[in-house]
Design a protein around this ligand. Structure first.
Ligand SMILES: *[C@@H]1O[C@H](CO)[C@@H](O)[C@H](O)[C@H]1NC(C)=O
Ligand SMILES: [Zn+2]
Length: 471
């Protein structure tokens, strides 16, 4: 009940802003409307001003509202909840379909400023919003991206921590935590070790959010280093657990390395792997396995991947956590290409639909690539996405009440592989009722079950009502 109430609140925030207005605007999806709408977008190219300076919470809120008012066809602003001190956790969607999930097209996200004093990502996401909305009409690549992807951008997951942080402080931890002194990137459920930390409102809001929307790809923006750090952040308990610098390899290590390299190689300097200062590590090609750098419990990226099949990489984008504002244009130039190219990687691999014999979507079917012992699940539209490098794969599809199926397919470099799978209902031998009773939806956090593979029991959940609004 509590969850439902919250979700309605989110909906009303949307309704209160520009939902009604956008309802009357023909979507840019309609082929016939395209040319006229493009003209409109062009004539609005004077986006609200966005200076290269730090924006406090009120200034940021004003900017986001102004953009969503100016670009109702390309943006939607929503809040996923509030911080301890009551600041909204804003998310801006930028897409040709900002208010509605596009069936068959993926949702992606960036989250910045989870550590309140790591401020560069917060400003870069505002500039990314600005860049995307002002380039849609003129840049074919941006147009393609927004036509085929819903991009959710959260400039600050820790607005309270940011409020007490100070410009120019490169190395302190003042402002890192939320208002109750919790490190939000140690506050998520952990697969490898028990996390006994008290869940914080900011973390709870993010958990709700990513359980409602099937995000396929994500980046978490940090500062204090220059490296793309990929799962796993934590390691299985073992007698060797105290040894540092041991990588904790995920079943999708090849994909995570690739995604990290896309960021580092499109960045002006990250791939050079120069250490931030003497004594701090240097990272070959500007990437690292998270645990190989240092293991941590309760991080957001392992949670995204193992609970929700969302591939998240931690992007450390500035040696100085809160550099002087006059350096912001340089950070934007260094990261602009990376930020865009990384998100486009969501269109790599395989995606499709799982349907029953009557062409109805099969929700929560388990999708498992052979040799990659982690379960992904279909959405309530029967959709799935799996980012994979070129190669030949076998995939198991199973759902309660249906005969499991195995599909072999090829992934190539130039475009994603579309796979539509039809599952046949499991009939009883005596010709009785077709469907076995459905078990209650999984609620408990995943528990390792060694007999069926360590990742087999991971769960994912969707909520029909909210998916209608947020997809
Ligand atoms: C795959 O299924 C989707 C959803 O039913 C449908 O829209 C699409 O046309 C199908 N594609 C192919 C190639 O069968
Ligand atoms: Zn950080």
């Amino acid at each position: 009940m509590e969850a439902r109430k919250k979700l309605f609140l989110i909906y009303f925030m949307l309704a209160g802003s520009t939902f009604a207005q956008s309802f009357h605007n023909p979507s840019l999806n309609g082929a016939e409307e395209t040319s006229t709408n493009l003209g409109e977008v062009e004539s609005r190219e004077n986006a609200p001003d966005l200076e290269f300076q730090y924006h406090d919470h009120d200034q940021m809120t004003r900017y986001l509202r102004a953009v969503s008012a100016k670009y109702p066809e390309l943006t939607a602003l929503y809040s996923i909840g509030k911080s301890v001190q009551g600041r909204d956790l804003w998310v801006m969607v930028v897409s040709v379909s900002p208010y509605e999930h596009m069936i068959g097209k993926p949702d992606v996200k960036y989250v910045a400023n989870i550590h309140g004093n790591e401020a560069v990502g917060r400003e870069l996401l505002l500039h990314l919003i600005q860049y995307l909305v002002t380039s849609y009409a003129t840049d074919p690549y941006v147009k393609w991206l927004l036509d085929n992807t819903r991009i959710h951008l959260m400039p600050s997951m820790n607005p309270d921590g940011f409020a007490i942080s100070r410009e120019g402080q490169c190395d302190t931890i003042h402002g890192r935590h939320n208002a109750r002194r919790h490190d939000l990137n140690r506050n998520f459920p952990d697969f490898f070790k028990a996390n006994t930390k008290q869940p914080q409102p900011e973390t709870e809001a993010v958990k709700q959010w990513i359980s409602k929307i099937q995000f396929v790809l994500s980046g978490s923006l940090h500062g204090g280093a220059l490296v793309a750090s990929y799962p796993f952040d934590n390691t299985p308990s073992s007698m060797f657990q105290n040894y540092e610098h041991t990588p904790s390899i995920s079943p999708d290590d090849d994909v995570f390395k690739h995604l990290s390299l896309v960021y580092s190689k499109n960045h002006a300097k990250m791939s050079r792997g120069v250490s931030c200062k003497s004594g701090s590590p240097r990272f070959e090609n500007g990437i690292t396995n998270g645990a190989a750098w240092y293991p941590l419990t309760g991080g957001m990226q392992d949670y995204n991947y193992l609970w929700h099949g969302c591939m998240e990489v931690t992007l450390e984008i500035s040696c100085c956590k809160y550099p002087p504002a006059h350096e912001l244009p340089k950070y934007w130039q260094d990261n602009k290409q990376s930020l865009i190219k990384y998100l486009a990687e969501v269109h790599r691999g395989a995606h499709g639909f799982v349907m029953d014999e009557n062409n109805n979507p099969v929700e929560r079917a388990a999708i498992k690539i052979k040799g990659r012992d982690v379960n992904y699940h279909t959405t309530n539209f029967g959709e799935f996405w799996r980012i994979l490098l070129p190669g030949t794969y076998r995939m198991d599809i199973s759902a309660e009440g249906y005969l499991p199926q195995e599909v072999e397919f090829i992934v190539i470099d130039s475009h994603p592989t579309l796979l539509n799978v039809t599952l046949r209902s499991a009939k009883r031998i005596d010709g009785g009722p077709y469907y076995r009773p459905l078990p209650p939806p999984p609620r408990a956090p995943p528990v390792p079950t060694p007999s069926t593979g360590i990742f087999a029991s991971l769960t994912n959940s969707f909520n029909n009502m909210v998916s209608n609004f947020f997809g």
